[in-house]
Design a protein around this ligand. Structure first.
Ligand code: FAD
Ligand code: SF4
Length: 407
């Protein structure tokens, strides 16, 4: 019997078994920087000081634990996108209707369940009366997984089902999540009693509370109540999908930034794990041509997962063109004044971004540079004592390419 099995079989041997989750509404250990990842809603709160992404930044050591090594800071692709075996642009041959993009995430989860690789999938559905109110679940059927498709663009307590995972006795589980959730998960994964954990990550940036989301929709969309999904796209517009299938596009420079000034959650203003460093495989869109998804395979487990997509997706190599650096540099004074929307700021600074045209991986670097410099200045302004420890080395290097205003 492995040590993981042993601890699952004997609950009293688990130090966290007696820990009590916080009561709903209670202040979280990370206070205003809490991203509501869900860990503190479980007995795993016992490990919060070590595990919380906002209390203990440990990306480098968790990279080594998860991938066998940390990222090579001298390799530009790894510096930006993390430990990797492969990056590729992909899209489903038969897209899933109602998915955020073409549905690669849901497809991979369904394949893993159908082929018996996992017994359950941690993912997030929505509540019955609110399509954007996240409701984390352990999906045990393809229907459950499909019911979780499309982004709930709000902070989501995905890890709140960890106690249920442990109690269920499942031994092989897939967890789908964004960076802060996955950092905390990696820190406690040895305590859950699993034989195999698979992690499917998504990039994530600029998330909001449910109330913040409403404010964003109300001030930006022509019909907030019919929005079913939206995305900040590579063409520098927000694309809203509506219930009737119609699409609405709002240019970043048209956003009402005075009203949206404080809309992003403080956790996301101090996050440096945009590309989900610790997942086995990452599925997003930012490094791919418009309309395609972007896949980063980080380790052997991720490669095993990627192989399951054979015959279900078409692929093309990732590409990169344009030059982002001047646009990012020109935006920095605006971030220093507390402007929170990077793309909008770039536009405001008079940079004709379409002409400079960062495309593919260069667009992804543009977005990372913009968000990291903004978040670095935010952390320096609001939590100066945390700056040195909270900003990972790779982010310090990225931010270090730019001239920042004096303190
Ligand atoms: P689908 O098949 O539709 O599946 C979506 C999956 O997302 C579901 O399994 C569901 O469980 C999960 N999910 C939904 N909401 C949440 C949530 N709030 N937290 C955790 N998991 C959730 N990609 C980029 O390249 N750049 C970005 O800046 C970026 N920001 C994102 C911000 C958020 C909040 C989220 C959730 C995703 C973001 N992504 C980003 C990823 C991208 O938008 C797509 O989710 C991804 O490409 C998968 O698309 P799909 O069609 O394969 O997903
Ligand atoms: Fe707890 Fe997660 Fe909030 Fe950190 S981010 S305080 S681990 S709920």
């Amino acid at each position: 019997m492995t040590s993981a099995n042993l601890s699952a079989a004997n609950p009293s041997s688990r130090p966290h078994a007696k820990a009590r989750p916080l009561k709903p509404g209670a202040a979280k250990p990370a206070k205003e920087r809490c991203s509501e990842c869900g860990l503190c809603d479980t007995a795993y709160i016992h490990y919060v000081k070590d595990a919380c992404a906002f209390l203990n930044q440990q990306i480098s050591s968790l990279e080594t634990k998860s991938h066998g090594r940390d990222r090579n800071l001298d390799d530009d692709d790894e510096l930006y996108f993390g430990v990797q075996q492969q990056m590729v642009a992909a899209r489903k041959l038969e897209p899933i209707e109602g998915a955020q993009w073409t549905g690669i995430v849901s497809t991979l989860a369904i394949e893993m369940l159908n082929r018996g690789l996992v017994e359950g999938v941690v993912c997030v559905q929505n509540t019955e009366d609110d399509r954007f109110q996240p409701m984390p679940v352990i999906a045990r059927s393809p229907e459950d997984i499909l019911a979780a498709r499309v982004n709930k663009p709000t902070l989501s307590p995905n890890l709140s089902v960890l106690d249920q995972v442990e109690r269920s006795g499942m031994k092989r589980v897939l967890v789908i999540g964004v960076g802060c959730q996955i950092q905390a998960l990696r820190a406690v994964q040895d305590k859950i009693g699993l034989e195999k954990l698979y992690v499917l990550g998504m990039p994530c940036v600029d998330n909001v509370t449910r109330a913040g989301l409403q404010k964003f929709l109300d001030t930006t969309s022509r019909s907030p109540e019919t929005v079913v999904a939206y995305e900040f796209m590579q063409d520098f517009q927000v694309h809203f999908k509506h219930e009737d299938g119609s699409e609405e596009k709002v240019p970043f420079f048209g956003l009402k930034t005075n009203k949206l000034k404080d809309v992003f959650a403080p956790s996301c203003m101090s996050c440096f794990d945009y590309t989900n460093s610790l997942a086995d495989i990452v599925v997003g869109y930012m490094g791919a041509p418009f309309g395609w998804q972007w896949i980063v395979v980080r380790n052997e487990t991720g490669a095993e997962m990627f192989d399951l997509l054979e015959g279900l997706i078409e692929t093309q190599p990732v590409m990169s063109s344009g030059d982002r650096t001047q646009a990012v540099q020109n935006s920095i004074p605006a971030y220093d004044k507390g402007v929170t929307l990077p793309m909008w700021a770039a536009k405001l600074m008079g940079v004709v971004i379409e002409r400079i045209g960062p495309k593919g991986l260069e667009y992804a670097r543009f977005s990372i540079d913009s968000h990291f410099t903004r978040n670095y200045l935010y952390t320096r302004r609001n939590h100066p004592e945390k700056l040195a420890g909270h900003v990972p080395e790779f982010a310090k290097r990225i931010v270090g390419q730019y001239k920042l205003p004096e303190k």
